[in-house]
Design a protein around this ligand. Structure first.
Ligand code: HPA
Length: 270
């Protein structure tokens, strides 16, 4: 808690900024930053107590500015559990953003498509999640200042924002799906048997992020909205060829203008 407050105080002093919405941009999805009228930008390595992102394609910047006239703070690149960070480290920036004043958290991720009706390059508005990480960021002594011991997760993703997002997509002729995201540790992609298992469990997309952040955000009462960019389709059959990291990055690049539009329009109307 002391570290969270120390980091928030540092950023507050440097920026004088009170953001309303936090945004997390996933792998290859940093393009939204071009739409932000940037006021302040920090390399993660320059922020006291921040972990440092290590994966290729993750820029590692915290950006303060205006998006459609609204005050936002955006993470270009996030911290993944598979990089070796603890859950506490993974969600540290979310807690700092909450102390800085955000009420809403927007999350994006690159994900594998489990629902056979999806294709690479599609968007999925996340309506719910399944935590398959072997951990949870709220394990340990509860930080009562931030939230309750047993947070309710009945509406992890805001139904109101989902409905608004669907209308925005329809108005702009953007193809979308809604579905359940399952998060697991990675860094391995799933075996065909694991992809099949996740599908049987009721998930439509799978990735290595988002779930810990949403858990921490809901603990603190933040309203969440998330989009999966489907970068590859699950390989359900042991005979099929799997996905490369390059394919994931390319599909993310193609789909990101659509995701950016939905985020912008939603944030404009919060
Ligand atoms: N599985 C897990 N994480 C992912 C995938 C996947 O197929 N694609 C992009 N991130």
């Amino acid at each position: 808690m002391e570290k969270i407050k120390e980091t928030a105080a540092y950023l507050k002093e440097k920026t004088g900024f009170t953001p309303e919405t936090g945004i997390i941009l996933g792998s290859g999805l940093g393009g939204l930053v071009k739409s932000i009228d940037v006021q302040h930008s920090f390399d993660y390595s320059d922020i006291p107590n921040f972990p440092v992102s290590t994966v290729e394609g993750h820029d590692g910047k915290l950006i303060f500015g205006f998006l459609e006239g609204k005050k936002v703070v955006a993470m270009q690149g996030r911290f993944h559990y598979y990089e070796g960070y603890s859950m506490q480290q993974v969600v540290f920036p979310i807690r700092v953003m909450k102390i800085l004043g955000i009420t809403h958290l927007f999350l994006s991720n690159a994900a594998g498509g489990l629902n056979p009706s999806f294709s690479a390059g599609d968007l999925m508005i996340i309506k719910d999640h399944i935590n398959m990480f072997p951990d949870n960021p709220l394990i340990g002594k509860n930080m009562d200042e931030l939230g309750t011991r047993f947070p309710e997760m009945g509406e992890a993703f805001s139904r109101e924002l989902i409905e608004k997002a669907k209308k925005i997509a329809e108005k702009n002729n953007i193809k979308y799906h809604t579905g359940v995201y399952v998060g697991s540790s990675g860094p391995t992609l799933e075996t065909p048997a694991e992809y099949r298992m996740f599908r049987i469990l009721g998930a439509d997309s799978t990735g290595m992020s988002t779930v810990p952040e949403v858990i921490a955000a809901r603990h603190m009462g933040l309203t969440c909205f998330g989009i999966s960019v489907i970068t590859n389709m699950a390989v359900f059959d042991e005979g099929e060829i799997g996905t490369s990291h390059d394919e994931v990055q390319n599909a993310a690049g193609e789909a990101q203008p659509k995701m950016t539009l939905i985020f912008r329009e939603l944030i404009k109307n919060i």
